[in-house]
Design a protein. Sequence first.
Length: 291
Amino acid sequence: MGSPSRFNRLRSKAAPLLRPMFERIAPIRWMAVRLLGLRQPSEVMLDENRFEVAPGDFGVTLELHATGGYEEGTRRFCLEYLREGMTFVDIGAHVGLYSVPAAKRVGATGRVLAFEPDEVNRTMLEANLERNGVSGVEVFPFGVCDRDGRLPFHRSGFNTGDHQLFHSGRGRASSEIEVVRLDTIVDRLDAKVDLIKMDVQGAEAKVLAGMQELLSSGRAMAMIVELSPWMLRDIGDDPFELLEGLVAHGFELGTIDEASGHIESGDAGEILARCVDSSYLNVRCLRGSRS
C-alpha cells in the first residue's frame, strides 16, 4: 500500500485530467470502472470496523484500497473532538466511514444525524451500521441545501462520492431528490449540534446558507468543510466569501494534513492559497469550547 500523502498528491494531479474524460467518453469510463472493479474488494476494514464499499469506485474505495486508510487526519480530529452525549451531523454520509465510529464515540446518550441522498450509498450505509452493531443513527434520504424542496441530483458513473446537486458538465444521469435546510431538521428535532462534517461536492455555500440560524446561534461547535474552490466557482459561488462568512460567525479556520493530523491555522486568503495544488482540502472550523 502507498502512503496517504503520496496518494493524495497523485490524485490531485490526475483528477483534473481524468474527470472530464471519464464523464464525457462513456466507453472509456465503462472500461476503467470494470477493470478497477476486478481489483478492488467489496469489503474493507477501517480501524476496527468493517465496511461494505463499491468495487470499481475511483473515489473512496480507491483510496481505501491504495492506502489502507481514508482521511486519517480528519477522522482523527472528529473522534478526538466528540464526547459521549454529543451530536454529530454527517452531511454526505456516503457508506458511513464517519457515522459508524462517531456513533460509537457519542454513545447511547448522543446522536448522529446522517444525510445521504443516493440510494445505493444509503443502502450500504445502513448495512454498515448494522454490521458494526451501531444503533440510534438517524439516516435521512435527503440532500442538504439552502431550501426545502426538490432539486436534480447528478450521479457520477465512476466515483460514488462525487454525486452532485449542482453540476454544469455532461455525462451524468440525473433525477430529482428531496432537499432540506439543515436549520429545518435541527429545529424539528430540537438538536444541539456539536460537530458537522460536510462533504457535498461544491454545494458548501448552499448548505451554509441553509443553516444560518445554527451559525448565528453563537453555540460552541466545530465543522469540517471539504473545500473545492473550483467546484464552488463552477456554480457561481465565491470560496473566499464562504470562508470570510465563517470567520464573521466566529469560527477559527485551519487546514488538516491527512497524513500527520497537523492542523495549520490561517485566514481566508491563506486557506485558499493552500488549495492551489490540491483538488480539495478539509477545513476545520472551530468556535468556542466544546466543554
